[in-house]
Design a protein around this ligand. Structure first.
Ligand code: HEM
Length: 510
């Protein structure tokens, strides 16, 4: 009959109306609570970020979180509320309050191995599990082990330098120069080296001058980590949102662990007594009682990311800063070429006390830090006071390293690459005396700080010293990358970062 509505149609329509109305009421109450009544309501921040987590998630997935949070700190100060339940700190005393006597645990919303995958040293937010694994692996990162690993570092530095020489012979024998993409070359170097030490086999990327397919899988799996972390902010809908991650990407993550398993199996079968990162996990761990085999495999798989991507990014960033600042580059050349008569005099011991090289590395890490997204922690149930602010249990804490490093209030002429600011007190120009160098902890501090710090510094010093000893490097023609505009999705997304290299002609060779 005309105008007739069945009771079923009516109830569906009213249900939909009720649902929409309830949703609106829910969001009004939720936003009002977050803005006016939440325990963090006294902490400044933009309305849209304090009201819901959507602004944070949007910025994170767009890869602009580092620049966005830095801008928020410029506007709102050193302590900013970046989500209803998250506070970002850009103050030196955060290192004492969040990492000192009662260190905050890693943020388990972010650091979580995928379902069905074993825990590992890096991803675990369980303090005792981390201590157990860290204690076992630490003999691989002592000064003594580093000395034994030195020949391996040099063998890959040889491959890097020889590869670059060949590139020049191939690309420009007449001009004696070539333009290289540092992103490729430093990734090949860092991944081959850590691949050898974590699994007993190189990725052979420097030999083949191409990325190993697994390295591509690793970069894919980092993206999965990022997307999966964002879904965890929405309790209850996490599993649904995880279904939206494309199957290809999820397959990549499974492949990542499967390949690690095969590599560790081969390393064990070789029964080699190499001084690598796996050795203490096999020798000091009979029957895998202290750390299970899956934990060992998972730790080595993540070590590839923690130990390679970071140093590769640092090398790209430092060389990028050097070619943009030819005056500083000339000073580095003078130090290295004045100090070493021959390339094989470049050793870990010899490079560790070169003042300008070390200042260049610290300044490069200040301007182009590989862990740009900052450090992520979560307040335990009992709550904690950080930089004078009481934070209730479960508050997310972001230690925004980029906001600290690039702040004009902490570093004089912060946007300029000036290694001298890291000179010792007696040689540092007075204009940098007020710099807050203590806010710089590029390798973190406390029980979760970088276990590979000495190894990383040795690798950076050797690679840079040998590169500068052998080649004149310079800015290539054309548009240059603006490092601060690079997207960051857990890792800094480096596109092509090119430099020109030209082999140095020495008197003896003429
Ligand atoms: C320039 C290079 C590097 C930088 C800037 C760097 C920085 C960092 C930072 C800041 C952390 C602490 C993160 C936190 O507290 O949440 C960390 C942790 C870690 N790093 Fe590095 N890292 C570098 C190179 C390396 C290398 C070469 C290795 C190993 C070969 C390595 C292995 C690790 C591991 C295993 C952890 C986790 C430690 C734990 O959770 O107990 N890193 N790194």
């Amino acid at each position: 009959m005309e105008g007739f509505n069945s009771p079923w149609q009516l109830s569906l329509a009213s249900l939909a109306t009720i649902f929409v109305e309830l949703s609106i009421i829910y969001w009004i109450v939720y936003v009002t609570y977050n803005i006016c009544f939440h325990p963090l309501a006294n902490i400044p921040g933009p309305f849209i970020w304090r009201a819901t987590r959507l602004a944070y998630v949007r910025s994170f997935l767009a890869g602009t979180i580092v620049t966005d949070v830095r801008k928020l700190h410029e506007t709102y100060g050193d302590v900013v509320r970046v989500a209803p339940d998250e506070v970002s700190f850009a103050r030196g005393d955060v290192w004492v309050d969040a990492f000192g006597r009662n260190p905050l645990p890693r943020n388990a919303t972010f650091f979580k191995t995928p379902p069905g995958q074993p825990d590992n040293l890096v991803m675990t937010s369980d303090i005792s599990a981390n201590a157990r694994m860290r204690h076992l692996i630490s003999p691989a990162f002592t000064e003594r082990s580093l000395t034994r690993q030195e020949p391996t570092i040099h063998s890959y530095a040889d491959l890097l330098i020889d590869g670059l020489s060949k590139r020049i012979r191939f690309a420009g024998p007449a001009t004696n120069e070539a333009v290289i993409n540092t992103v490729d070359w430093f990734n090949w170097f860092a991944f081959d080296l850590v691949g050898e030490l974590a699994f007993g086999e190189s990725f052979e990327s420097l030999r083949d001058t191409r990325h190993h397919p697994w390295v591509m899988v690793i970069f894919g799996s980092i993206k999965v980590m990022a997307f999966a972390a964002m879904t965890r902010y929405y309790y209850g809908v996490e599993s649904f949102l995880q279904c939206l991650i494309p199957p290809g990407i999820r397959r990549m993550q499974r492949e990542h662990y499967a390949i690690a398993h095969d590599k560790i199996t081969r390393r064990m079968a070789a029964n080699d007594d190499k001084d690598d990162f796996v050795r203490p996990l096999l020798r000091g761990n009979p029957n895998f009682e202290k750390m299970s085999l899956p934990e060992v495999e998972s730790t080595m798989a993540i070590m590839i990311i923690a130990g390679s991507e970071t140093t590769a990014t640092a090398l790209c960033g430092i060389t990028h800063c050097l070619v943009q600042n030819p005056d500083q580059l000339r000073r580095l050349e003078a130090e290295i070429r004045g100090h070493f008569g021959k390339e094989d005099e470049v050793t870990i011991r010899a490079v560790q006390n070169l003042p300008f090289l070390n200042a260049v590395i610290l300044e490069g890490l200040r301007m182009c830090h590989p862990v740009a997204g900052g450090l992520l922690r979560r307040v335990p149930k009992a709550g904690a006071t950080i930089c004078g602010y009481y934070l209730p249990g479960h508050t997310h804490v972001l230690i925004s390293t980029a906001a600290m490093s690039l702040s004009e209030t902490k570093f004089h002429r912060a946007s300029e690459f000036i290694p001298d600011r890291f000179f010792s007190d007696d040689t540092r120009p007075a204009e940098f005396d007020g710099d807050q160098r203590n806010s710089q902890k590029p390798f973190g501090v406390g029980p979760r700080s970088c276990i590979g710090k000495s190894f990383a510094l040795a690798e950076l010093r050797i690679a840079l010293a040998r590169l500068i000893w052998r080649f004149d490097i310079s800015k290539p023609p054309g548009k240059q990358v603006n490092w601060n505009r690079l997207r960051t999705l857990v890792v800094v997304e480096k596109k092509d970062i090119n430099i020109t290299i030209r082999e140095v002609r020495r008197e003896t060779e003429k």
